[in-house]
Design a protein around this ligand. Structure first.
Ligand SMILES: NC(=O)C1=CN([C@@H]2O[C@H](COP(=O)(O)OP(=O)(O)OC[C@H]3O[C@@H](n4cnc5c(N)ncnc54)[C@H](OP(=O)(O)O)[C@@H]3O)[C@@H](O)[C@H]2O)C=CC1
Ligand SMILES: N[C@@H](CCC(=O)OP(=O)(O)O)C(=O)O
Length: 422
């Protein structure tokens, strides 16, 4: 066995042992660990800043939006610490028995919520995800094995040490949250092929990662994929509202999977809407790749920010100050376009027409569908989950932002008083 294989087997065995203890852990101990983690995150500011500075120094060639998500500043630390406290304050989902119904035989039949066991998670170079995943794992009584992006290794190691210390302080197993300490991608190959130790794999990332997982995984997968998100401006619309929401959906942050990458505009309002949003985007340096009809209405935009859209643009997630723009003839065309070219992540309609809003909600096949709101809201914290594991683009087990419940399953419980089957 190679050193790496031995290391991963050790990680897997430790996770399995920890999962057994976490499944039975008292709520008070889990909440203690989360409160301790919130405190330690605040106290460890300087040490974390130093670790993060090492990562940032090694990642200078990254584009600005990707560098931005690698940052672990005071605001991000305060947000994740607050998330830990919020999760501690939430009811413990584990052990809850629901829906018990008495059968004619006398037995009571219902469900109990239980942890999944051990989950392995592979994610981008975004250190705050380490804390979000760890805190959700702790409260949901799971153990997890985390493999963050290679650019974030030093930050993640520092954060994982705080998580381990917090677990120990609360009398819980340190190995409930383990971070893979190497950037060798062979470790990912091993992680996704250890069914004895890992119950489910959660990959967050782009197409390359997913292709590998689909090819090699030997455990169930909950995919958290790319976001080719759309905002559609309907014929009946409050234009001021639409400008503000579309601007936010594209420009509030460029790197997240829930940023709008494609703008669809009904032909009846294109002449009113496109020149206005075009100037907003131009002021922020956003490149616009439009269909012919859109480009004709964006003539006041500086030429260097305008490009004709190619067929590939409709399928592209830029994660950058670039947006594709298409004028459509009606709602049917908008819905068909989104279902064909989108990534089933998050899509929004801007409209004052109730029937159109309801049709969009029912017919767009995405994990989150929104009316008159920014696609950037697709996020576990914003949805009230305390934090998120990520945004599932799968349809089974969990869809959209995944919080505590997504890390659990239901088992049947049968409550009898000596009944026997006849
Ligand atoms: N739905 C969701 O919740 C989320 C989706 N995303 C999506 O992720 C993508 C952007 O993130 P980005 O960092 O570029 O994603 P990548 O897919 O490049 O990287 C994500 C993680 O996967 C690893 N990885 C990638 N390819 C492989 C491989 N072939 N074998 C083993 N490990 C691999 C990376 O490791 P390494 O560091 O070695 O490159 C990293 O840890 C976008 O498409 C975005 O929408 C991002 C966040 C959340
Ligand atoms: N939860 C996030 C979205 C997740 C995400 O896409 O992250 P990333 O691709 O690393 O920017 C948010 O909106 O804050």
């Amino acid at each position: 066995m190679t050193d790496l294989a031995a290391y991963m087997t050790g990680v897997g065995e430790a996770a399995r042992r920890a999962a057994t203890l976490m499944a039975a852990a008292p709520t008070a101990a889990k909440d203690h660990a989360l409160q301790a983690l919130a405190r330690r995150l605040r106290e460890a500011g300087p040490a974390l800043a130093e670790a993060n500075a090492r990562d940032l120094a090694g990642a200078r060639e990254l584009d600005a939006p990707l560098l931005d998500r690698l940052k672990l500043n005071d605001k991000i630390l305060a947000t994740v610490a607050e998330g830990c406290k919020q999760i501690a304050a939430m009811p413990d989902p584990i052990g809850e028995i629901t829906g018990v119904k008495r059968r004619p035989t006398g037995i009571g039949v219902g469900h109990m919520r239980v942890p999944l066991g051990v989950f392995g998670m592979i994610y981008e170079s975004r250190p705050n995800v380490t804390i979000e995943a760890a805190s959700l794992a702790i409260k949901s009584g799971n153990a997890c094995i985390l493999r963050g992006g290679s650019e974030a290794l030093h930050s993640n190691l520092a954060l994982a040490a705080l998580v381990g210390d917090s677990l120990e302080e609360a009398g819980l197993p340190r190995d409930a949250v383990q971070l893979i300490n190497t950037t060798d991608r062979a470790a990912v190959g091993l992680l996704i092929a250890m069914p004895a130790f890992v119950d489910v794999i959660i990959p967050r990332g782009g197409k390359g990662l997913i292709e590998r997982i689909s090819r090699e995984a030997r455990v169930p997968v909950i995919k958290h994929l790319d976001g080719n998100c759309h905002s559609y401006v309907d014929a009946e619309v409050d234009l001021d509202l639409a400008v503000a929401v579309v601007d936010n959906a594209k420009t509030q942050k460029y790197s997240p999977c829930n940023a709008t990458e494609s703008l669809l505009v009904h032909a009846a309002r294109a002449a009113d809407f496109l020149p206005r949003i075009g100037m907003v985007f131009a002021a922020k340096g956003v490149e616009m790749r439009g269909c012919e009809r859109a480009l004709a209405l964006l003539d006041a935009v500086p030429r260097d920010l305008l490009k004709p859209a190619t067929p590939e643009d409709w399928d592209t997630e830029y994660l950058a100050p670039i947006i594709s723009i298409k004028v459509v003839d009606d709602l049917d065309e908008a819905i068909a376009h989104i279902n064909r070219h989108g990534s089933h992540h998050t899509d929004a309609i801007l409209t004052t027409n109730h029937v159109h809003a309801m049709r969009f909600l029912r017919e767009v096949d995405s994990a989150s569908v929104m009316v008159n709101a920014s696609t950037r809201f697709a996020d576990g914290f914003e949805y009230g989950l305390g934090a998120e594991i990520g945004i599932s683009t799968d349809k089974f087990h969990a869809r959209g932002p995944v919080g505590l419940e997504g890390l659990t399953s239901m088992k049947w419980v049968v409550l009898g008083q000596g009944e026997i089957r006849r």
